[in-house]
Design a protein around this ligand. Structure first.
Ligand code: FES
Length: 205
């Protein structure tokens, strides 16, 4: 039986590893003690005392190591992993740019995140996921007609993503938009499905 001696993050293994470490020194000292007595049947009383003392020190040393290991494992296990969450957010938060870069009534395509940033005539912003809610085809923005037209089955959507012509069953999905210090940011970590347009979906500065 060999105890754990490296990094361990699984909740299933932590108690097992710690218990093995606590139990292992006991096994070593017991086996050594038996072996020493077997190999030296004629030893004197002082030799016996010295060896017992040595074994006792080894036992205490290993026990101390096991205790430290256990404390380290438990501390590491309980430590929050904030860095991972920060990295994930950085990957899904798209910085679209300053507000003034987007004219009212314009639609700008963003490859990363697969969305269109629509700026409505009143200055509000909507981030529209580019996949059709019928069967998932990519819907292009037809600037001259000021609408999205799906090339697959001809669904039509307006600048707010509302269905003007079926078979699409509901408006285009959206992403949350936030405006911080005049910069438009789009959180693409979660698509927001909707059955109709409402003003609460629009982000304003
Ligand atoms: S996939 Fe767009 S209308 Fe069918």
């Amino acid at each position: 039986m060999v105890p754990f001696c490296g990094y361990c993050s699984s909740s299933l293994f932590v108690p097992l590893c710690a218990s093995l470490w606590l139990f292992f020194p006991f096994l070593i000292s017991e086996n050594l003690f038996v072996a020493v007595f077997r190999w030296s049947p004629g030893m004197s009383t002082s030799e016996t005392t010295t060896r017992r003392s040595l074994l006792g020190k080894i036992w205490v040393g290993l026990g101390g190591l096991a205790l430290l290991e256990g404390v380290w494992i438990v501390t590491d296990f309980l430590k929050p992993r904030k860095q991972l969450g920060t990295d994930e957010e950085a990957e899904t938060l798209i910085v679209a740019g300053p507000i003034e870069n987007f004219d009212p009534g314009s639609v700008t395509a963003f490859q990363q995140g697969k969305f269109y940033l629509a700026r409505l005539q009143d200055g509000g912003f909507l981030a529209l996921y580019r996949e059709c809610t019928h069967l998932g085809c990519t819907v292009p923005w037809i600037g001259a007609e000021e609408r999205f037209v799906c090339p697959c089955h001809a669904s039509v959507f307006d600048i707010k993503g509302q269905v003007l012509s079926p078979p699409a069953p509901r408006p285009l999905d959206t992403f949350a938009v936030r405006i911080e210090n005049g910069i438009v940011k789009v959180d693409t970590s979660r698509k927001l499905k909707r059955n109709s347009f409402s003003d609460s979906q629009v982000a304003r500065s």
